[in-house]
Design a protein around this ligand. Structure first.
Ligand code: MN
Length: 714
C-alpha cells in the first residue's frame, strides 16, 4: 500500500525538507479528521487524499497544492471549518481547500448537458486560483480510477459529468495526461462493452505491428543521428475514446484507424524542430496538405508542435509530431507545467497570487514562442479563458444564467424575466434569505420571491449594474407614476366637480369628448394624468365641463351655476408614493393639519397647514386644497427634532435607547458641541404619527440633562 513515507520520498526529488514536512503535517491532520471513515472499497478514507496528492506530486505541484489535496474533503466531510484550517496551515492552503469544497458541492447531476460549456466556465470562474482546478482534477481522476465500487447509475452519472465538464476543463487548460485518462475512464464507465472490444482490438493489433513499429522507429532515429541532430523518437498510442470518436464521427473502420503509425520526436530547441522536420521529409515523402505548424501558431490552450504525415513503405501513413522538451511538458501538463519548471528553481513563486501565477504561465508561453509571429491575441484568449469576467449562477430549476461580475439579485431577477424583476420582493441564495442588493458569486442557486402587485423600488437603481435591469426599473417607475397620477387626477377632478353635484362618471356622454377635443387630447388618460401631476388645474377643467354640460358655446365664460356643496377634502394614506410627496421643510405627520399644494409636473406636495413656505401660496386657491389623513395609515414618517442637552459621555447611547424603547427609529443624528457644557442634537426619527412623536418628546423632557426641545419645520 502506498504510504505517506513513499510520497515524502517522491517529493524529496523536487521540494525542500520543510515543505515536505508541512505536507506530512497535512496528511496526519487529514488522517485524524477522517478517522473511522472508509471508502466504499473498504480502505481507510485517508488513502484517497493521499492518492490525490500523489497525482499532483507526479506533476511536480507546489507544497500548498499538495497540502490542499490532503485536506480537500475535510471541510465537506468532517465539518472542520475554514478558519480552523487557516490557523493550522495558513490562509493560502485554507483558501485552496475552501475552493475545492465549493466545487464539490455543485454537481452537474440533473443539469442539462446543453449547459455544459457554461458549467465549465462557472467552474473556472469559481476558481480564481488555478491550483483549485488542478487539485479538483486530480481528485476527480482518483475517483474515476476507483469507480468500481459504485452502483451502475451513479457510475454513469459521474462518468458523464467527468466527460462533459472535467475532461474538457483539463483540455482547456492543456493538461493532457489527465484529460486522456479521464476520457478513457469515463468511456469505459459509460460504454463498458464498446470500450472492452476496442481495448482488445488495440492490443492484438499492437502485437501484429510490433516489428513494423520498431523498424520505423530505428530508421527515424538513425536519420537524426546521421545528421547530428539530438532527438528522441517515441512510438505513440491513441487512447480508447479518440479511436471510438474517429470511428463514430469520421466513419472509419477500426483497421483504417489502426493502420496509422504514430511517432513523436522530442528535441532541444525550436530550431532543431524545423531541421528534424526537413530530415523526416527527406526520409519519407510527406502527404500534401497534412503539415501543420502549431509552433508558429499555437492552439488555443497553448499546445505547440509540428505535425506531419508521411507515406511509408507501400503507402502506409506515418504521423509524426516534432516538439521541444518544454512543448512536450506543456502538452502533457498545460497550466501545471508552470510548476514543473519553477520547482527546480530556488525562487519559485509560491507566495504569488493566482493572477500572478497565471501571468507567469502566460509569460512562459510567450517566451517559448518568441520565434512565432503575433501571439498577443492568443495570450488574451488564454487569459480570458482562465479567468472569465462573468459569473454563473443557477435558477432553482438548474438553468445556468450568465451575469457580469458584480451583478446583484435584482439584476438576476430581471435577467430571468422583466415581470419577475418588477414583482420581486425577496430572495433566497442557496436557501438562505438575502438582501436584494447582494452581489452574486458563481455557483450560487437563486430563488426569487415575488408578490402580485409588488413594484420596483427607486433605490434599486443605486445598485443594479445591468442595462436590462436599469431600463426596466426606469420604465416601470415611469409607468407607476403615470398610473398614480391618473388615479389622483380622477380624484381631484371629481372633488372639483362635486360642488356642481356631478362627477366624471355621471357626466352625460359627449361632454367629456368635447372637452378633450378642445384640448386636442385623444383620451381622458392624458387629461387626468396632467391634472394629477399638477400641470392642469382641476377646478378650471371642472368649470369648463359644467359649462359644456349647460350648453355654453366657448371656453371663455364662467359657469352659470356656482358651486353649492362645500369642498370635500382629499384623503391621503401615505402610500401613494409617486404623486403625493411630503414637504421636507415641515415634515408633516398623520394628525397634523395639512394642506396640499399642486406643483406643476410633480403632483401634490403635502405641507403642514402652519408651514411658513405655504404663506406665498395661499393666495392661489386653485393650487392649494384641503387634505385629510386617511384613518388607516400603515407607514412611518420622518420627524425632525432639535435638542439642547448637557454635553456628556454616553449621550447618544442614552438617546438611542430611549427612542427605540418608545417604538421609533433614529434615521439620522448630528451632534454639534456648542461649548464644554452644551450640545445641540439634531435628530431625524421615523414615527407613526403626531401622537407618537408627542409621547417621545414627553419622555425626552423627563431626562434631567435635556433642555429645550423643538420640532423643526415650522
Ligand atoms: Mn475527494
Amino acid at each position: 500500500m502506498f504510504t505517506i513515507d513513499d510520497l515524502a520520498d517522491r517529493l524529496g526529488g523536487y521540494l525542500p525538507k520543510d515543505e515536505i514536512q508541512q505536507v506530512r503535517r497535512a496528511f496526519y491532520y487529514a488522517e485524524q479528521a477522517h478517522d473511522g471513515q472508509r471508502r466504499r472499497s473498504g480502505e481507510p478514507y485517508v488513502t484517497h487524499p493521499l492518492a490525490v496528492a500523489n497525482i499532483l506530486a507526479n506533476m511536480h505541484m507546489d507544497h500548498q497544492s499538495l497540502m490542499a489535496a490532503m485536506l480537500h474533503d475535510v471541510i465537506e466531510d468532517t465539518g472542520v471549518a475554514k478558519p480552523a484550517l487557516a490557523r493550522q496551515f495558513g490562509e493560502p492552503v485554507a483558501e485552496l481547500v475552501d475552493g475545492v469544497s465549493k466545487l464539490t458541492q455543485i454537481t452537474f447531476e440533473d443539469k442539462a448537458v446543453a449547459q455544459a460549456e457554461n458549467f465549465q466556465k462557472m467552474v473556472l470562474a469559481m476558481s480564481r486560483d488555478i491550483r483549485v482546478i488542478i487539485v479538483k482534477l486530480a481528485d476527480r481522476l482518483h475517483n474515476m480510477r476507483t469507480l468500481g465500487a459504485l452502483r451502475p447509475e451513479k457510475k454513469r452519472r459521474i462518468a458523464r459529468e467527468t466527460l462533459e465538464i472535467y475532461a474538457r476543463i483539463a483540455s482547456r487548460l492543456g493538461i493532457n495526461t489527465i484529460r486522456v485518462e479521464l476520457e478513457d475512464l469515463s468511456f469505459q464507465a459509460l460504454y463498458p462493452m464498446r470500450a472492452e472490444r476496442i481495448k482488445r482490438a488495440v492490443s492484438s493489433a499492437r502485437g501484429h505491428r510490433r516489428s513494423t513499429i520498431r523498424q520505423l522507429q530505428t530508421s527515424l532515429q538513425q536519420s537524426l543521428d546521421d545528421e547530428g541532430l539530438t532527438g528522441t523518437v517515441i512510438g505513440r498510442q491513441k487512447h480508447l475514446l479518440s479511436i471510438y470518436r474517429k470511428m463514430r464521427d469520421q466513419r472509419k473502420s477500426f483497421a483504417e484507424i489502426m493502420d496509422v503509425f504514430g511517432f513523436r520526436i522530442i528535441t532541444e530547441d525550436v530550431d532543431s524542430c524545423y531541421r528534424i522536420l526537413g530530415v523526416v521529409h527527406n526520409l519519407y515523402k510527406p502527404v500534401p496538405g497534412r503539415f501543420k505548424d502549431y509552433i508558429a501558431i499555437p492552439k488555443a490552450n497553448g499546445y505547440q508542435s509540428l505535425h506531419t504525415t508521411l507515406f511509408g513503405r507501400g503507402g502506409m501513413p506515418i504521423e509524426v509530431q516534432i516538439r521541444t522538451r518544454e512543448m512536450e511538458a506543456l502538452a502533457n501538463n498545460g497550466v501545471a507545467a508552470h510548476w514543473l519548471y519553477k520547482a527546480g528553481q530556488t525562487d519559485h513563486p509560491i507566495a504569488q497570487g493566482s493572477h500572478a501565477r497565471a501571468r507567469a504561465w502566460v509569460k512562459g508561453l510567450l517566451e517559448m514562442q518568441r520565434h512565432a509571429g503575433d501571439s498577443l491575441e492568443f495570450i488574451e484568449h488564454v487569459k480570458n479563458d482562465l479567468f472569465p469576467d462573468d459569473i454563473y449562477v443557477f435558477t432553482p430549476k438548474g438553468d445556468i444564467m450568465e451575469l457580469p461580475q458584480g451583478a446583484t439579485v435584482i439584476d438576476f431577477a430581471y435577467s430571468v424575466h422583466t415581470d419577475i424583476g418588477n414583482s420581486c420582493i425577496a430572495c433566497r441564495i442557496d436557501r438562505h434569505l438575502a438582501p436584494l442588493s447582494t452581489r452574486l458569486e458563481s455557483g450560487q442557486t437563486l430563488e426569487i420571491i415575488t408578490a402580485p402587485g409588488a413594484r420596483p423600488n427607486l433605490a434599486w437603481l443605486n445598485f443594479v449594474i445591468t442595462a436590462k435591469a436599469r431600463s426596466a426599473i426606469r420604465h416601470a417607475l415611469k409607468h407607476q407614476q403615470q398610473t398614480e397620477a391618473v388615479q389622483l387626477g380622477r380624484r381631484l377632478l371629481n372633488k372639483a366637480l362635486a360642488p356642481f353635484e356631478t362627477s366624471l362618471e355621471e357626466l352625460p356622454e359627449g361632454v367629456l369628448d368635447r372637452l378633450l377635443e378642445e384640448h386636442s387630447l385623444r383620451s381622458e388618460t392624458p387629461l387626468l394624468e396632467s391634472i394629477g401631476l399638477g400641470s392642469r388645474v382641476a377646478h378650471v377643467v371642472a368649470r369648463r365641463l359644467v359649462g359644456l354640460l349647460q350648453g355654453e358655446p366657448d371656453a371663455s365664460g364662467a359657469p352659470t351655476t356656482e358651486p353649492s356643496a362645500p369642498h370635500q377634502p382629499i384623503l391621503i394614506s401615505g402610500a401613494e408614493g409617486m404623486v403625493i410627496k411630503f414637504a421636507r421643510c415641515c415634515r408633516p405627520l398623520p394628525g397634523d393639519p395639512v394642506l396640499g399644494h399642486l406643483s406643476a409636473g410633480k403632483g401634490i406636495v403635502v405641507h403642514r397647514a402652519e408651514c411658513r413656505n405655504l404663506g406665498d401660496l395661499k393666495d392661489d386657491p386653485d393650487k392649494l386644497f384641503a387634505l385629510e389623513w386617511s384613518p388607516d395609515i400603515d407607514e412611518d414618517f420622518p420627524a425632525a427634532l432639535r435638542l439642547e442637552m448637557e454635553s456628556r459621555r454616553g449621550l447618544v447611547a442614552e438617546l438611542a435607547a430611549l427612542i427605540t424603547d418608545a417604538g421609533a427609529n433614529i434615521e439620522r443624528i448630528d451632534i454639534e458641541e456648542r461649548d464644554a457644557r452644551l450640545s445641540i442634537v439634531n435628530l431625524i426619527l421615523s414615527v407613526r404619527n403626531r401622537v407618537h412623536l408627542a409621547r417621545i418628546i414627553k419622555r425626552l423632557r423627563n431626562l434631567s440633562h435635556v433642555g429645550r426641545i423643538t420640532r423643526l419645520g415650522n
